[in-house]
Write a protein that binds this ligand. Structure first.
Ligand SMILES: [Zn+2]
Ligand SMILES: [Zn+2]
Ligand SMILES: [Zn+2]
Length: 453
């Protein structure tokens, strides 16, 4: 026994427990979640009139008198099984907004729909992969004596890619403040799209709402230079939403024009700061607005949904542009295993976050994501179904659905989280098995002529 690791010995202890089979069921129900949440409590369902108990569930009958539920973390580095589930839910959510399904009518596939990419502007020259990096015939040096060009050809994995040619020339405050205002830039951009569509149709700008409704789902992606890109699916419906026909003037081409015009014109001004001044923030010049073929079901729609889903499991840390956890002191920045470029961005967030004029931006709380606040995926209300609906479809909740004519009493409390070393070993084995089964099912589905999902 001395040769066995602590985790192995713990796993053997668990397997010898008389409640092991039920415990294994619980862990399997969480998909092998790496950090399950343990709950204690009960649910009682009674007949509303007679008071007769129809169903009773109590964790007192469970192993360790508790029920384990998923952590539901979307990050692959935190919990692989839950992040896979979240990516799957996102795929279905985005796909339903393009093709219908779940709670969305199939007619959405006939609506004008675009796949839009908006970029951050340049904050200074960075090394690029692919062709020659930044060739300059006349050479030249910046005020800090560093070359203005780079004649090298960098492989994509080259650690120089995304790093500035001169860190002293690079505008770190603008980069951090742009991230901090990216949500506002998006909101203004959407307002601008509505306005451009309204005026193209000869409507007063305030009249848009009476004729059409713009819905979207967007996802943020960190690039090599540690700046966020935004990818979005945008759809035009009639005024009441997905069930409603859009007006005849609402074509995909007109939408694409409105997207480009709005992205070019949106400006957000930062609050004045004695240290930084007042910045006028814009989107980058690289804007893409790609109409998706109507009728749906084409490779476009599937690919777009899969593309968006892929990004929701990747935060700042997976792309090397930040960390999983909030920073509590400035020293955390020096300790994080990151490039100098990302560390400088974090220090900039920390420094600007200490200035009263930027207090509402909470730059220190968001230094770990380089000032970018908010969710990786954001959607407008009418775009598609919700994560909650998708979870309810899986019946992934504690207790039971409400049945008319019954009353339910429930009381739950948090009693802990995480696994012992042996439980973690077993859970990761279950997660691997489930992933392998899913992969096999997918291959069989493809073999049978199904769409690759
Ligand atoms: Zn989990
Ligand atoms: Zn270079
Ligand atoms: Zn310089």
């Amino acid at each position: 026994m001395r040769q066995l690791s602590e985790a192995d010995r713990d796993a053997i202890r668990l397997a010898q427990d008389p409640n092991f089979a039920r415990w294994l069921e619980q862990i399997t129900a969480t998909g092998g979640c790496a950090h399950p949440v343990h709950l204690s409590g009960s649910t009682t369902t009674r007949d509303a009139i007679t008071g007769e108990i129809l169903h009773h569930y109590d964790t007192r009958d469970e192993p360790a008198e508790r029920l384990s539920v998923r952590c539901r973390n979307r990050r692959a580095t935190v919990c692989a099984p839950c992040s896979r589930l979240h990516a799957g839910d996102t795929f279905h959510l985005v796909r339903a907004g393009l093709l219908g399904g779940k709670t969305v009518p199939a007619t959405v596939r006939e609506r004008p729909r675009l796949f839009v990419t908006l970029t951050a502007p340049s904050f200074g020259f960075v090394h690029r992969a692919g062709d020659r990096c930044r060739p300059r015939r006349d050479g030249g040096a910046c005020a800090h004596g560093r070359p203005l060009g780079c004649g090298a050809v960098h492989a994509p994995a080259d650690c120089l890619v995304g790093q500035p040619l001169c860190a002293d020339c690079y505008d770190y405050p603008a980069h951090a403040l742009w991230h901090a205002h990216a949500g506002k830039l998006w909101d203004r951009f959407v307002i601008g799209v509505r306005r451009h569509l309204a005026s193209a149709a000869g409507l007063p700008q305030s009249g848009f709402r009476d004729h059409a409704r713009l819905s979207f789902a967007r996802v943020a992606e960190y690039q090599k230079r540690a700046a966020v890109h935004v990818h979005a699916v945008v759809r035009l419906d009639g005024p009441t939403g997905p069930d409603d026909e859009p007006p005849a003037w609402g074509t995909a081409d007109r939408m694409a024009d409105a997207v480009r015009a709005s992205a070019q014109r949106v400006v957000v001004r930062t609050p004045f700061s004695p240290a930084v001044g007042e910045l006028a923030l814009h989107w980058g010049t690289q804007v893409d607005a790609h109409p998706l073929c109507s009728g749906g079901g084409g490779p476009d729609d599937q690919a777009v949904a899969a593309y968006v889903a892929k990004y929701v499991t990747k935060g700042a840390s997976e792309t090397g542009a930040g960390t999983d956890h909030r920073l509590t002191t400035r020293d955390d920045i020096d300790a994080a295993p990151l490039t100098d470029h990302v560390r400088t961005l974090m220090r900039t967030c920390w420094r600007l976050g200490g200035l009263p004029e930027y207090a509402p931006l909470r730059l220190r709380a968001w230094a770990h994501t380089l000032g970018y606040r908010g969710h990786i995926l954001t959607k407008s209300r009418a775009y598609s179904t919700t994560y909650a609906t998708l979870r309810a479809d899986r019946a992934e909740h504690v207790g039971h659905d409400h049945v008319p004519g019954t009353v339910a009493e429930a009381g739950w409390r948090y009693v802990g989280s995480g696994h012992t070393p042996g439980a973690a070993l077993i859970a990761s084995g279950i997660a691997e098995d489930l992933a392998r089964n899913r992969e096999l099912a997918r291959e069989e589905f493809r073999g049978a002529g199904g769409d690759a999902v």
